[in-house]
Design a protein around this ligand. Structure first.
Ligand SMILES: NC(=O)C1=CN([C@@H]2O[C@H](COP(=O)(O)OP(=O)(O)OC[C@H]3O[C@@H](n4cnc5c(N)ncnc54)[C@H](OP(=O)(O)O)[C@@H]3O)[C@@H](O)[C@H]2O)C=CC1
Ligand SMILES: O=CC(=O)O
Length: 291
């Protein structure tokens, strides 16, 4: 199966490598074209533009930073829309809001193409290990055609119905995750400032009813003030912002998420946006300068 892949950031690179490892023929494009070279070493071909990738491939996957990147790759000159046509499918796996996804869907449908949104839950390591959770919605026939690729990239795929439902599910999940990360950070600060061992707190948490992989994996690095980016903080703040907008639309009061969003914004103002989202701990601690 030949697929196109647009966007070779932390996630896209790992996902495209998995496809290559499992025998897919992959044509890649990235805004910073030099990032394609590593994929070429693993057997990928390069498309010079998103349009060139879509022209060559029946199915094209995108994994881009945010709504503005997702829209730009489709609608700009040399974008996806120039070559999408009947018989071709476009699968956007970026985390965006339902409106962005719907705009892309409508434009692609007008040209006779198929569209599926398929954001993922799971970070750098699950992407490398093919263990993502895929939250798809849109054209069912395209979902079915994409299952061999989803089976390589993920451990479980959900088909959630009409376009927008995948985006919304992903935002709800990440809203919860961002709030949890803030509560966790406050707990670590409180333990430390009240004279307790943070390591003992991690041990206690891991044995109880609120044990979870995120605390287990991020906690030890956080107490060492180490934030190598797996999920960049700027993307988590984007997801909080988009989830809060979804709350606005549905008149859902979310004071916990709103407070968490403020902490992520504060962390961005401390220039922590490119670090892992666990670096919000620095903002919660009250750090005054970049970590
Ligand atoms: N990292 C994670 O743990 C997870 C991330 N996600 C989501 O997946 C998506 C990608 O995340 P991740 O890989 O971490 O992000 P990165 O920041 O590592 O990569 C972002 C990608 O988007 C591209 N891009 C940014 N702006 C534009 C633009 N205007 N036009 C074209 N391309 C652009 C970048 O290109 P360039 O290289 O040129 O900058 C890069 O390929 C995001 O929506 C994120 O929220 C979902 C689950 C987990
Ligand atoms: O979007 C981030 C994730 O870990 O999932």
């Amino acid at each position: 199966m030949e697929v196109g892949f647009l966007g070779l950031g932390i996630m896209g690179k790992a996902m495209a490598l998995n496809l290559l490892r499992h025998g897919f023929k992959v044509t890649v494009w990235n805004r910073t074209l030099s990032k394609c070279e590593e994929l070429v070493e693993h057997g990928a071909s390069i498309g010079e533009t998103p349009a060139a990738v879509v022209k060559k491939c029946k199915y094209t996957i995108a994994m881009l930073s945010d709504p503005s990147a997702a829209l730009s790759v489709v609608f700009s000159k040399d974008g996806v829309l120039e070559q999408i046509c009947e018989g071709k499918g476009y699968i956007d796996m970026s985390t965006v809001d339902a409106d962005t996804s719907s705009k892309i869907y409508e434009a692609i449908e007008k040209k006779g193409g198929y569209f599926l949104e398929a954001p993922v839950s799971g970070s750098k390591k699950p992407a490398e290990d093919g263990q993502l959770v895929i939250l798809a919605a849109g054209e069912k026939a395209l979902y079915e055609a994409a299952i061999p690729a989803f089976d390589v990239m993920g451990k479980k795929s959900f088909f959630l119905g009409k376009v927008g439902n995948g985006a919304k599910m992903k935002l709800v999940v990440n809203m919860i995750m961002g709030s949890m990360m803030n509560a966790f950070s406050e707990g670590l600060v409180l333990a430390d400032r009240s004279g307790l061992s943070q390591q003992t707190l991690l041990d206690v948490l891991d044995l109880g009813g609120i044990a979870n992989p995120m605390f287990r994996q991020k906690g030890p690095a956080m107490i060492q003030n180490s934030y190598a980016p797996a999920f960049p903080l700027k993307h988590q703040q984007k997801d909080m912002r988009l989830a809060l907008a979804l709350g606005d639309e549905n008149a859902v009061s979310m004071p916990v998420a709103a407070a968490a969003n403020e902490a992520f914004k504060k962390a961005r103002s401390l220039e922590l946006g490119d670090l892992d989202f666990s670096a919000v701990y620095e903002a919660v601690k009250g750090s005054k300068s970049p970590a």
